[in-house]
Every structure is written in C-alpha cells, then in structure tokens.
Design a protein around this ligand. Structure first.
Ligand code: PSV
Ligand code: MN
Ligand code: MN
Length: 428
C-alpha cells in the first residue's frame, strides 16, 4: 500500500485551499436550505466494487498494450485494489471473474484480502470462452445451446463459480451470456430463450441462502444478429420467472445509442428488479470507457433515480454497485481512481436535487422549472464535497495525484518484472 506519510503530506499541502473551497460550497448550499453535514454523511455511504479484470491493461480484438507493473495474479490485483481503496475509501470489495482469476489456495486468498482490508462482491461466471481441456465448445452457445450436454457443462461451471464465491464470502452471481446468433436462421429465437430460462432455473435453485442472481443483458457483440438476453425486457422476463432472488444488472454500455437508461433504471426499480450496475461509459457501443467520461449528465440522471428510490424507501431497493471497464490507454489504477471520483460526483449532485421543489413542478406541469431544478444540482461543483468525504475517511484529497506522488506504479514495475500472461481482459 502507499506510505501513510506520503498520503498525509499530500493532504497537508492541499488542506488550506480545500477548506476555503468547502466553506464557500457550504455557504452556497445553506442558501438553498441544504445542510453540508447531511450531504456528507449520505455521500460517505457510497461504495462501489472493483472488477479484477480491469486492474491490468485491457485490450481490443486488435491488440493489447501491457503496461509495466500491471498485476499478474488475483493476489496482485487485490494489492492494487487495496491502493484504490486506501486513496478513495469507497472500494472495499472486489468482483472476481472465473476462470480468468485462477485460485489454488482459497484460504490464502481470503487471508490476503482480509489483511488488505478487502472483501468480495458478486462473482462472475464465464461461458463465453472455451477453456483448455473443456469437453464441449461454447462456440454456438452455452446455457441456450441446443445440445443438453453443453448446457449441463455451462450449468456446472456456474455452480462451481457459486461454490468459489462461497469460499470468498460473496453473496451474488452475475451471469452474462454471449449466447446468440450471427445470422438469421442460425438459432431458434424462441426456444433458445426457453433453454436459457431452464438452465438459469437450475442454477437459481442451487443458490445458497442469502444469494442473489444478477442477470446482465447486452444488445449485441459477439452475437451480431440476435443475442438471447439482449435487453432489459428479456432480463426482466427471466428474473420474474426465476423468483425473488433473481434481478437485472444494468451495464451502462449495454444499450443501443440514445437509449434512455435512467428510464430503464426507473422501470426496474418500480418492479423491484434492479439488482445492480456495471458502471462505465460509451460513445458508440460497449466501449467500457471511464464512467462519466462521455455522458456525465446521463450518469447524474441515473443517480437521480437511485437517490429518489432510496429517499422514498422503495422496499428491497439495494442495488450492487460495480465497475466494468477496460483500460486500454490509461493506467488502470489511475482510471479506476478517476472513475470512483466521477461516480461520487454524480451521486453527490443527485443528493443535491431539491426533491420537494421538483415534485411540485412536476405536479403543476412547470416543465422549465422542473428541468432547472435538476440542472441546478447537476451544475453545482461538488468536488469539495467528494474530497471532504475522502479526507474524513482517511483517503486522499486528490487520489490520482496522490497515486502519482507515491511512485507505486514504478515500484510495481520493478517488482512485477515478468509480464502478465493471463487472459487479456477487455475482449468481452
Ligand atoms: C460483457 O460485455 C461484460 O460487460 C460482462 O459483464 C462480462 O462479464 C464483462 O463484460 C467482462 O469483460
Ligand atoms: Mn458488464
Ligand atoms: Mn460489456
């Protein structure tokens, strides 16, 4: 982890300016009847899980550009995750992906995580790639495959992932399927969906006590004609058929351009089926860019729905927040530090929305003022709020700069001299 003295020095150097910025913001918020301390307390509850597959440089199908010092094992990924948590104090859990994460000794991994102050979030299964020695291929599908033997193999893998998740204290399984077809006629559209439902039902029935199944959807890629779980409607049908512990997972990049994602979020909340998020951002498709880097207003509007549901006390509302990004050209640790900051800013802005006024303008049909109420919150510079929450919890005022000042990456480049040979993430 990063030397506590380096972190202290970093904060000391910025403290005076930070205090002035915070005081100014507190005064501005007070004028609107918002108490700084209340917002800070709420903001401090925000936590988001880090994906193991985003800790090393990602790639595309055209190539991958490894960076010196990137982690080679899940143990090293946890080390890096601990640094992100140390600087942000908002990422206490890691979401593993199997079999990308190879674990021989579960007790050792548990101990390692505990020593670093980390826990585990949802475990992810992978039936979108064939593994060496695997008897059946997933080329034409996994849980939807026409051949029951392939389906059985895919079900068994998911059950295995759940068992591994139990070793780690996880309580959720995320299922994303690449199943689909590239050409009309290739796959029976109705039956393939029925087979997925049957396969998921077997996995669902075996879920341990207190576990949830999170069903992720995606419109296309790698299936370029028809994906079996292509949209929130399909995911919702499955979740409703399976039962209370099955919910939908919204990956922000898994929508066709211009889709109104906050509306989907509202619909899923409305029926108690919003299970969680994979945060990222996109310009065109499943681009896996830094959350909030392309459409910050959309991210704010998504958080606006989340805060609205939380304030209202919607029963059973407890979405799992996770990041799913591919860092092809940024240092992954820096990108994740930046991501957490962007997410916290979106959340902070959503907390500032004057909900009473908004509701009044909605009820009275005052379109302009309703929109202005949202924009007033969105346009507030919440940087000092987010920094203050980090500072109070022992994190860094400016995590990216603190990380650069620490020399952590350079040190790891010396220690981790053999390059990673593991599966390059980012292809899915
Ligand atoms: C698929 O594109 C996805 O979003 C799923 O969450 C996968 O598990 C992840 O990406 C892995 O790259
Ligand atoms: Mn995802
Ligand atoms: Mn994706």
């Amino acid at each position: 982890m990063i030397d506590a003295e380096i972190l202290e020095r970093h904060n000391r150097q910025r403290e005076a300016a930070h205090r002035r910025d915070l005081e100014y913001l507190a005064e501005r918020l007070a004028r609107s009847g918002i108490a700084l301390e209340v917002v800070l307390d709420e903001l401090a509850t925000f936590e988001v899980a880090l994906p193991t597959w985003a800790m090393a440089a990602g790639g595309t199908r055209f190539g991958r550009f490894p960076i010196p010092g990137e982690p080679r094992t899940i143990f090293e990924k946890l080390e890096d995750a601990a640094v992100i948590h140390q600087l942000t104090r908002a990422t206490p859990r890691v979401s593993p992906h199997f079999p990308w994460d190879v674990v021989d000794d579960w007790a050792a991994l548990r101990a390692h995580a505990e020593a670093l102050g980390l826990g585990f979030d949802a475990v992810n299964s992978n039936t979108f790639q064939d593994q060496p020695g695997q008897p059946h291929s997933y080329k034409l599908g996994s849980l939807s495959h026409a051949d029951p033997a392939v389906r059985r193999q895919a079900i068994a893998h998911n059950l295995q992932v759940v068992a591994w998740g139990q070793e780690l204290g996880s309580t959720a399984l995320t299922v994303w399927l690449a199943d689909g077809s590239n050409y009309p006629g290739q796959m029976h559209l109705r039956r393939s969906f029925e087979r997925v439902q049957e396969s998921l039902a077997e996995i669902y029935a075996a879920l341990p006590e207190g576990w949830r199944m999170l069903i992720e959807y995606k419109p296309y890629e790698p299936a370029f004609y028809a994906t079996v779980i292509q949209d929130w409607g399909s995911a919702l049908l499955l979740a409703q058929a399976l039962g209370e512990r099955a919910q939908c997972l919204v990956d922000l990049g898994h929508h066709l351009p211009n889709t109104n994602i906050e509306l989907i979020v509202a619909r899923l909340i409305g029926v108690g089926k919003l299970g969680g998020f994979h945060f990222n951002d996109a310009k065109y498709g499943d681009d896996d860019l830094t959350a909030g880097s392309i459409k910050p207003y959309q991210l704010f509007l998504v958080f606006n729905e989340l805060v609205d549901a939380a304030r209202e006390g919607v029963p059973g509302f407890r979405p799992a927040y996770m990041i799913d990004q591919s860092h092809n050209v940024k240092d992954p640790i820096e990108a994740l530090l930046q991501t957490v900051d962007h997410l916290q800013r979106a959340y902070a802005r959503a907390l500032l929305v004057d909900r009473e006024a908004l509701s009044h303008y909605q009820e009275t049909g005052d379109v302009l003022m309703a929109e202005r109420t949202l924009r007033a919150a969105f346009e507030t510079d919440v940087g000092p709020l987010v920094a203050e929450v980090r500072r109070r919890r022992g994190g860094a005022l400016d995590p990216v700069l603190a990380f650069r000042e620490s020399g952590y990456r350079q040190q790891k480049a010396r220690e981790r001299s053999t390059p990673a040979t593991a599966q390059a993430p980012g292809y899915a």
